[in-house]
Design a protein. Structure first.
Length: 428
């Protein structure tokens, strides 16, 4: 079982870092294949909590080689800050490798991201303002800056000039901002080159050679399925492919080598930013989930929108990604609830939809149809087997497993590294 993909099965923040950490000692490489520093993983090891944004969570596991692959957009300043913070805490980061083909986020990407979002007014998408979208746009428009360009000043200057020629007209004439100087950008990017150079490699070749040897490679997706630019709730999505298919295009490893797809799903649902969210709660139940689950963004600190578990979304995720196993996280957050509703279908203007509507308009107007399950009062954080869970908690897991399209192979019952129940081995 050499190639494994971990993806978010809702709108992000499901606990992918915990799942990666669970596999840690049994894998050789952890690969970030999409996104940028617009998402975060929180990993708890003992009394230590690590918030990772751009780095793969495997960087915390001894013996694992972490890789930032070609599908990622990199803010180098943020990368260095994150590395320095880990070094200060005694973490060895010397094995990190970065694809020469990954794209760079520049200052003008961040500027455009912020002013464009403000310009949209009520139609705002909910971007983090970190330049991820504009960087991907430049990639598709073939005016992007790649990591390898930082090692050739002549090429770098030509590319920055080409990128800014149009962008400065936009900044000055549409957004009433100052023009950005080419020298300003080139000087900043060149200042990163010496430190960055030893980390840069042909990561696609390296990963294929590792798989040929039988090494275990874990592909770790940023964001989540419902934020995928093609398969999510467009336009309220990220700018990359965060589904399992993105692991192939974002790393240079062919799709027929991806043998296990693990979807991470919370025992309820959360979302950050704008966009449709059928099970969203605006009452004390939503506040209960937010407070007990500490639902605030790892990267932004923004309060997350909270709602009940959505089975049609889980089924959609299973289908789009080819999910073989789900990891259910934060089951402990539901402790203390008398009843726990689960969305089993939607009502759209009197018509029942058992699957996600293909029409965005229908999904915006979808009203959840709930089935209720009895809750439990017992503390479950000490459980280490499925049988240790209260009967009602077991019944809840089995019910949503039946609705979701794949088996629940592991269950998170607390924030700690060891607070997890494994029902089916994720590496076999």
């Amino acid at each position: 079982m050499p190639a494994i993909v971990i993806i978010g099965a809702q709108w992000g923040d499901e606990g992918k870092g915990k799942a990666t950490d669970l596999l840690g000692s049994r894998i050789d490489y952890v690969v970030k294949f999409n996104g940028g520093n617009n998402a975060g993983h929180t990993v708890v090891i003992g009394d230590e909590k690590y918030a990772l944004h751009l780095l793969p969570s495997g960087i915390l596991t001894e013996g694992v080689t972490p890789i930032i692959a070609n599908g990622v957009v990199i803010d180098v300043e943020v990368l260095f800050e994150e590395l320095d913070a880990l070094i200060a805490r005694g973490v060895d980061v010397s094995k990190l490798l970065i694809s020469a083909n990954a794209h760079i986020i520049t200052n003008y990407h961040r500027t455009l991201d912020k002013v464009t979002e403000r310009f949209l007014g009520k139609r705002q998408i909910g971007t983090t303002g970190r330049g991820i979208g504009p960087s991907y746009a430049d990639k598709i428009n073939r005016v992007g800056i790649r990591v390898q360009d930082l090692f050739d000043e002549k090429i770098l200057r030509q590319k920055v000039e080409g990128a800014l020629d149009q962008k400065n007209h936009l900044l000055v004439k549409v957004y009433n901002r100052r023009a950005i100087e080419v020298d300003e950008i080139v000087t900043e990017l060149l200042s990163y080159a010496d430190r960055l150079r030893p980390m840069v490699a042909d990561t696609g070749l390296l990963l294929n050679q590792a798989l040929d040897k039988g090494d275990v490679v874990l592909f770790e997706g940023g964001q989540a399925t419902m934020l995928d630019v093609d398969h999510g709730t467009y336009p309220f999505v990220t700018s990359s492919n965060s589904t399992s298919g993105g692991a192939a295009t974002g790393s240079g490893v062919a799709p027929n080598r991806l043998e296990r797809i693990i979807g991470i799903v919370k025992a309820y649902t959360t979302r950050v930013g704008s966009g449709p969210f059928p099970t969203e709660l605006f009452d004390e139940s939503g506040e209960f989930l937010r407070a007990n689950g500490f639902e605030f963004g790892t990267t932004t600190g923004r309060p997350r929108r909270c709602g009940w578990y959505d089975a049609p979304i889980a089924r959609y995720t299973a289908r789009v990604n080819g999910v073989t196993d789900f990891v259910l996280t934060k089951l402990d957050v539901l402790t203390g609830l008398t009843t726990i509703p689960v969305c089993v279908a939607y009502d759209v203007d009197g018509v029942r939809f058992d699957e996600m509507p293909v029409s965005q308009s229908d999904f915006h107007h979808a009203v959840p149809i709930y089935e209720e399950f009895p809750g439990w009062e017992e503390d479950i954080t000490g459980a280490r087997t499925f049988d240790d869970l209260p009967k009602n908690a077991q019944d809840y897991v089995l019910a949503i497993e039946k609705m979701s399209g794949a088996r629940m192979s592991a269950i998170g019952i607390g924030p700690g590294r060891d607070e997890i129940i494994v029902r089916h081995d994720l590496v076999d």
